[in-house]
Each structure stands twice: as structure tokens, then as C-alpha cells.
Design a protein around this ligand. Structure first.
Ligand code: SAM
Length: 466
């Protein structure tokens, strides 16, 4: 890899846990670590989880020590050629980031109905993790300010399959219009990226002390914009993938100086080799992840609780159109436990919303630019529902819908949006599946199959051996 910037190395001298020689050695070795988190809402049984892990690596996987669903793979497989990947069976995520699970579990009562914001969310690693930890009657707002990245975030949330997520495309300052609304706020801030130099050596060329200073200012601005929407007693989790003090401990001091926030220390297991760091001025605790000391990339995380805030505003009630009882009847065969949801009519589409989201949707629509809310069931025509891909990918889809199990080669053809070559007995709309995991829709006609896999998601790579 290109050599690490000497100004960076010099600036890290004296920081807790920093060991110059071993830091340089691990970067020179450039080992590639692959890890992922299983989607246990889709892989419900331990057998199914084991099957997916085995398909990825017959030689075995090991647990990410601070995560309940994270695994290291001994080699990086071709995820593109794995139908389980497209079915949302797992999310490929860097291991250190999975520590967000500890931050959330140790600061927050997860049995409660919570409103959670992931402010800088694309491509969705922390969002899918947060969603897997909160209760069904909680709500996650996953936000990304950059439009094309918000589209990628929405695709990854669709694949994850959960109904209790809203994807928004807003600037952090827009959240000031929701004062005191969130119980938890994750701010995985854009940063100078030094923590990812081993994995992505290209980033080295973009690093400079000036950029660190700019990132630090931007982090302060993002935090200042977002914090008014945190509830009294609510928790903010701040993280970066930078080693620089200006983006890490100094931000903790700045937060303590400017806001009614109380730093919340976390419990660590000494086997994890995570380094506890204390800020110079206000003694705030944060946690440093060094790639030479644990199996993961560079990462920094800290938690705060809000002491007091301006009175939470009472929000105006808005009207929205929900489906009539008659229309609900048309939809119910498509949904498992249809009584658990509300059905919002949005233009021609029906959105499946859990009650917390149905109650808040008007407020969120009023204040934010929503890319995706809940799960889109599809378009309700006079005769039938034209189902949407979100429904096929969603965990709410009924198990009684006709389905066709595809072999690996048929599944890959389907995911390329080609004819998978099967001629099943069923007629009409059917789920295309691989190893019992839904990939998408097809309409089975008397002498052909119409492939409804979304064009923008299709595999473009040639498939050898088919
Ligand atoms: N949390 C994501 C995950 O785990 O997959 C990674 C987030 S990445 C570290 C930071 C994100 O902040 C990027 O998606 C970036 O587009 C976004 N971002 C960039 N500038 C921003 C700004 N001024 N305000 C808010 N977000 C910004």
C-alpha cells in the first residue's frame, strides 16, 4: 500500500493505545478482513443461519466477539454470485462498526417503543444493525443527505426487509423541525477516513491535516444541527472511522462544552482489545479500535445522554388516506399477520406501515423528504394487487403465496433478469426463491414467465458455466 502520511503518524503519537511500530506493520501487511452480519429476521432458525454461513465458507467462520450476529469469513467470496446476498440474508459489514450493538444495548432499554435516527446512514450498515436491535413497534429513520447514496440506502433497506424503517434524503439541519422527537440518534459522521487506510489504500491520497480540520468542523455542524431533535434522556451515539483526535476526543469535549449532554461510559470485555480513550478537557470516554490490536478496521465511538432540552413540541395532527376495510381484504392474502399493520394509500401505491409509523407518517412527510416508508405492497388495481419488489424482499410477505424454488443457476439467471427456464405448475404472481429465501416476483403465464426483478438491481456480471 502507499505509505501512510507521516503527519498522520506523528499526530497519533501519545494517543492511548497507539503503537507506532505495530500500527505501521499491520498497514504494510495489508491483510483483508471480511465480515458480515446475518439477518436473523429472515434466517429465523439456527439451521438456516448455519446453511448460509456454510454456503459462504465451507471451511468455517468465527464470531465477531462484540456482535451477536457478526461473523468473520476466512476468504472473501463473490457476494454478487450468491443469491442469499440478493435475498438480504446478510449484510457485509466491517467488524469494528458492529460494536454499535454494544453502544445501543448498554445505553437504551430496547424493550420500549423507540424512535431512532441514523443521520448519516448510507449505504446502510449501521441502519440495518440498529433495525435488527429495536423492537417491532419502534421506528428507524435512516437518513442520507447525498441523493444517489440515499437511493443505495433505500435499496439496502428494501433488501433487509423490515417494515419499521423510513428512508429520508435530508440535510441534518432539516431535523431541527422535529424538536425532541428521537429517543436515540446515531451519528456516524463523514470523516477523513484514516481508519480505513488498510482496507482501502486509495484513501491515503485524499488525506491531509487540512481535511482533518475541515471534517472536524463539519462534524460539529452536523451534531449541532441534529441535536435539537433528540429527546430529553435520549442517547446520541457518535462514531467515525478516523484516528485523528480532532474528529474524535476533541469532538467529545466540544459536545460537552456546548450541549446539555452527559457522557455515558460503556463496559468492555478485556479480550476485545478495544482501547478506552479519555478527552483532554472534559474527561469524556470514547473507544478506539486499532487494526493492529483487534480484528477490524480503525473506528472510534462514544455515547452521550441528553440532560434537558426545550419542551417537546406538540405536533399537529395530519390527515392521510388509509385503506378501507374492503380494500384491506384484497390485500390480506399477501401479508402474514395483516392485522398488525396499517395500509397507507400513497398516490397509486399501498404502503404497509407498523402502527408507530402510521401514527407518525404525516409529521415526517411534512418535515422531511421521504424516499421509502415501511414496505411498498404494490399498486392496488380494480381486480388485483400488482405486487412491488419491496413486498417480496419484506419480512411481512405471506408464506402462503405461490412460490417457485430455483436452483443456483436458475436463481442467477433470474437475478440477471433473464428467463430462469422453469415452467412451474402455478399460474399468476409467484415468488421466485432460492433455498426458501425470496428473491423477487415473476408472473407465470401459460407459455412464458415474466421476470419482475427490478432492472436497477439485476446482476450485470457474466455468469460463467451457465
Ligand atoms: N453509517 C453508514 C454505514 O454504516 O453504512 C456510513 C456513513 S459514512 C461514514 C458518512 C455518511 O455521511 C456518508 O454517506 C456521506 O454521504 C454522509 N455525509 C456527507 N456529508 C454530510 C453532511 N454534511 N451531513 C450529513 N451527512 C453527510
Amino acid at each position: 500500500m502507499s505509505s501512510l502520511p507521516i503527519e498522520l503518524i506523528n499526530s497519533l503519537e501519545g494517543l492511548p493505545g497507539f503503537d507506532r511500530e505495530s500500527f505501521l506493520r499491520v498497514h504494510a501487511a495489508a491483510e483483508k478482513i471480511t465480515s458480515l452480519r446475518l439477518n436473523t429476521q429472515k434466517l429465523i432458525t439456527p439451521e438456516k443461519q448455519a446453511q448460509v454461513l456454510h454456503a459462504l465458507s465451507a471451511s468455517g467462520t468465527t464470531n465477531v466477539p462484540w456482535s451477536s450476529t457478526g461473523y468473520y469469513l476466512p476468504q472473501r467470496p463473490s457476494f454478487t454470485m450468491d443469491p442469499f446476498f440478493h435475498a438480504g440474508a446478510y449484510y457485509v459489514q466491517e467488524a469494528s462498526s458492529m460494536f454499535v450493538e454494544q453502544a445501543l444495548r448498554q445505553t437504551t432499554d430496547l424493550t420500549k417503543s423507540l424512535r431512532v435516527l441514523d443521520l448519516c446512514a448510507a449505504p446502510g450498515g449501521k441502519s440495518t444493525l440498529l433495525q435488527s436491535l429495536i423492537s417491532e413497534d419502534s421506528l428507524l429513520v435512516a437518513n442520507e443527505v447525498i441523493k444517489p447514496r440515499a437511493a443505495l440506502l433505500a435499496d439496502n433497506i428494501t433488501k433487509w426487509g423490515s417494515a419499521n424503517v423510513v428512508v429520508t434524503n435530508n440535510d441534518p439541519r432539516d431535523f431541527a423541525k422535529l424538536p425532541g422527537y428521537f429517543d436515540v440518534m446515531m451519528i456516524d459522521a463523514p470523516c477523513s477516513g484514516s481508519g480505513l487506510f488498510r482496507r482501502d489504500p486509495e484513501l491515503v491520497t485524499e488525506w491531509s491535516p487540512e481535511n482533518v480540520a475541515l471534517c472536524s468542523q463539519r462534524q460539529q455542524r452536523i451534531l449541532a444541527d441534529a441535536l435539537p431533535s433528540l429527546k430529553e434522556g435520549g442517547v446520541v451515539i457518535y462514531s467515525t472511522c478516523s484516528f485523528s483526535r480532532a474528529e474524535d476526543e476533541d469532538i467529545l469535549d466540544w459536545l460537552s462544552d456546548h450541549f446539555e449532554l452527559e457522557n455515558v461510559p460503556l463496559m468492555l470485555n478485556s479480550d476485545w482489545h478495544i482501547v478506552t480513550a479519555v478527552s483532554a478537557k472534559r474527561n469524556c470516554t470514547g473507544y478506539r479500535f486499532y487494526p493492529d490490536q483487534l480484528k477490524g478496521e480503525g473506528f472510534f465511538i462514544a455515547c452521550f445522554r441528553k440532560r434537558s432540552t426545550e419542551q417537546a413540541r406538540r405536533f399537529k395532527e395530519q390527515k392521510n388516506t388509509f385503506l378501507s376495510a374492503k380494500e384491506k381484504v384484497k390485500l390480506s392474502p399477501w401479508i402474514s399477520s395483516p392485522e398488525k399493520y396499517e395500509y397507507l394509500l400513497h398516490q397509486d401505491d399501498v404502503l404497509i406501515l407498523p402502527p408507530i409509523l402510521a401514527g407518525d407518517i404525516a409529521l415526517l412527510q411534512q418535515q422531511l423528504y421521504i424516499r421509502k416508508a415501511g414496505i411498498k405492497a404494490g399498486q392496488l388495481g380494480p381486480k388485483e394487487l400488482i405486487p412491488d419488489h419491496q413486498l417480496a424482499a419484506g419480512t411481512v410477505v405471506s408464506a402462503n403465496i405461490p412460490a417457485v424454488n430455483l436452483s443456483l443457476s436458475e436463481a442467477l439467471l433470474y437475478l440477471r433478469k433473464e428467463d430462469p427456464g422453469v415452467r412451474p405448475d402455478v399460474k399468476g404472481w409467484a415468488l421466485m426463491r432460492y433455498e426458501d429465501m425470496n428473491l423477487g416476483w415473476a408472473k407465470i403465464l401459460p407459455n412464458r414467465i415474466n421476470n419482475y426483478y427490478p432492472k436497477e438491481l439485476r446482476i450485470l456480471k457474466e455468469i460463467s458455466g451457465l
